[in-house]
Write a protein that binds this ligand. Structure first.
Ligand code: KIV
Ligand code: ZN
Length: 516
């Protein structure tokens, strides 16, 4: 047993991460990510903001009913109705936490809340007291703590600890703090609050100045023992502190940080890919830990050094964060057991035989077209299978596209919409444009295309293309994904996936802005 303190990792990809424009997730997608986070062994999964909409409530409830090894948390403003809704959504959780918050900076109290500091303290205490009726695990956040007065923070934190809060979160909501100053703030709070030993200090840093991870680590140096973070640093505006960076910094520098996490870091790359796939937010190649180049040595001097002794230029091992050699794993003749076993090694467990059968059928189809199947191909097959199983109103039956020099490309598509087959045709500037227009002529979403991107999953001209399509309609943004060795078909699948999302009714609210 080590003597190091425990650092609690609180993942908010499903809540703050989802607040990034365009990153909204369906209930099924949230459950999939939650399962991956549980496998990563994060301590707390913040699954959403249950009062925001029936969809948010159901997603938090579904995560609470699925996850057993991590605490599941629901966000609530310091209002009775929010807390009751969060308590209700978490009823099935093996371990559930209510996270309630109210703003404490002068600017937020005066201009947003239009409340006096006394009223804010009173409302915070009332909220924590009410949340304790549902669970012993109550977290209180002082929104915009980074710009709040230290005397007032001491006062409100002392009061909420007395009311039963067990975690005190200090958010740098607008990403304004500097590491040395934020670290001092945590040290001062711990020192000055008389009952501070009864609570865990937590931080939640935004990345507006690119300092979210640095601020979080400065806080850990000064006694914070929970960090709120997201996979790939997803989140509101410039994002939140990236989980993978915080966790690997603490693990790589035990000489600096006297604490450790319980995470299985070999699951990091899987989680990163899954979140990127589902949200359509690509990971930049030079992103620390999870970028494609994070462990690639290009210069001759570096390569030579690494070959002689890897520690010359590598401070972490690629395998420790889940990078596997992109080796050829399966082929046309591989059977179901080999397929299931390899996916299990990659952290994918099928919920049912039906799901396995469908994914295996897709694998065989792909193996007919593509000689070598790599890990990344398998992951794309699983994503595609999951997409196909999620309440789809619109499905692709067939697509034919003619593209010839000197001729206008034309697409003929057949879809099923609510089970009824419907044909559509259109011409376009290119084959993808024609395919999208042909689909739109049937589904009539009226949405605007905001982003279209293609990535090859592996190398080679027979590689699968992974396409992301972002659509916007009346302020609502959705992402769709599709993968295929034919990129026009991958594009059509991605467009249809986005249409299915835009066709779902949804009312969503933002915790910090909305009046719901
Ligand atoms: O950034 C923030 O202040 C938040 C709180 C709700 C914790 O997300
Ligand atoms: Zn936040």
């Amino acid at each position: 047993m080590s003597n190091a303190d425990k650092l609690i990792i609180f993942d908010t990809t499903l809540r703050d991460g989802e607040q990034s424009p365009g990153a909204s997730m369906t209930k099924e997608e949230k459950v999939r990510i939650a399962k991956a986070l549980e496998k990563l062994r994060v301590d707390v999964i913040e699954a959403g903001f249950p009062i925001a909409s029936p969809g948010d409530f159901e997603a938090v409830e579904a995560v609470a009913n699925t996850v057993t090894d991590s605490t599941v948390c629901g966000l609530a403003r310091a209002l009775d109705k929010d807390i009751d809704r969060a308590g209700e959504a978490l009823k099935g959780a093996r371990s559930g936490r209510i996270h309630t918050f109210i703003a404490t900076s002068p600017i937020h109290m005066e201009r947003k809340l239009r409340m006096t500091p006394d009223q804010v303290v009173e409302q915070a205490v009332r909220a924590v007291t009410r949340a304790r009726q549902y669970t012993d695990d109550v977290e209180f956040s002082a929104e915009d703590a980074g710009r709040s007065e230290i005397d007032f923070l001491c006062r409100i934190f002392e009061a909420v600890i007395d009311a039963g809060a067990r975690t005190l979160n200090v958010p740098d909501t607008v990403g304004y703090a500097m590491p040395h100053q934020f670290g001092q703030m945590i040290a001062a709070l711990r020192e000055r609050i008389p009952n501070s030993d009864k609570a865990v200090f937590s931080v939640h840093c935004h990345n507006d100045l690119g300092l979210a991870v640095a601020n979080s680590l400065a806080a850990v140096r000064n006694g914070a023992r929970q960090v709120e973070c997201t996979i790939n640093g997803l989140g509101e505006r410039a994002g939140n502190a990236a989980l993978e960076e915080v966790v690997m910094a603490v693990r790589t520098r035990p000489d600096i940080f006297p604490c450790e996490t319980r995470l299985d870091t070999t699951q990091i790359v899987n989680c990163s890919r899954l979140v990127s796939n589902i949200t359509g937010f690509p990971v930049q190649p030079n992103k620390a830990i999870v970028g494609a180049n994070a462990f690639a040595h290009e210069s001759g001097i570096h390569q030579d050094g690494v070959l002689k002794s890897r520690e010359t230029y590598e401070i972490m091992r690629a395998e420790d964060v889940g990078w596997t050699h992109n080796r050829m794993v399966l082929g046309k003749h591989s059977g179901r057991n080999a397929f299931r076993a390899r996916l299990k090694e990659l952290g994918v467990v099928f919920d049912s035989e039906e799901e396995l059968n469908e994914a295996f059928a897709r694998f065989k189809e792909l193996a007919d077209k593509k000689h070598e199947i790599f890990d990344a191909d398998l992951q794309a097959i699983v994503t595609d299978t999951n997409i196909a199983q999620e309440n789809e109103r619109v499905k692709l039956v067939s697509l034919r596209v003619c593209s010839e020099t000197g001729e206008t490309p034309k697409a003929d598509v057949v879809l099923t919409v609510d089970g009824e087959e419907e044909p559509g045709s259109a011409i376009g500037g290119g084959p993808v444009d024609a395919a999208f227009k042909a689909i739109e002529s049937i589904v009539n979403t009226g949405a605007q295309l905001q982003l279209y991107s293609v990535n090859n999953i592996t190398s080679g001209t027979d590689a699968q293309g992974e396409v992301t399509v972002r659509l916007e309609k009346e302020g609502r943004i959705v992402n769709g994904q599709g993968a295929d060795t034919d990129i026009v078909i991958a594009s059509a699948k991605a467009y249809i996936n986005a249409c299915n999302k835009i066709l779902q009714p949804r009312t969503r609210a933002h915790p910090q802005k909305a009046d719901v």
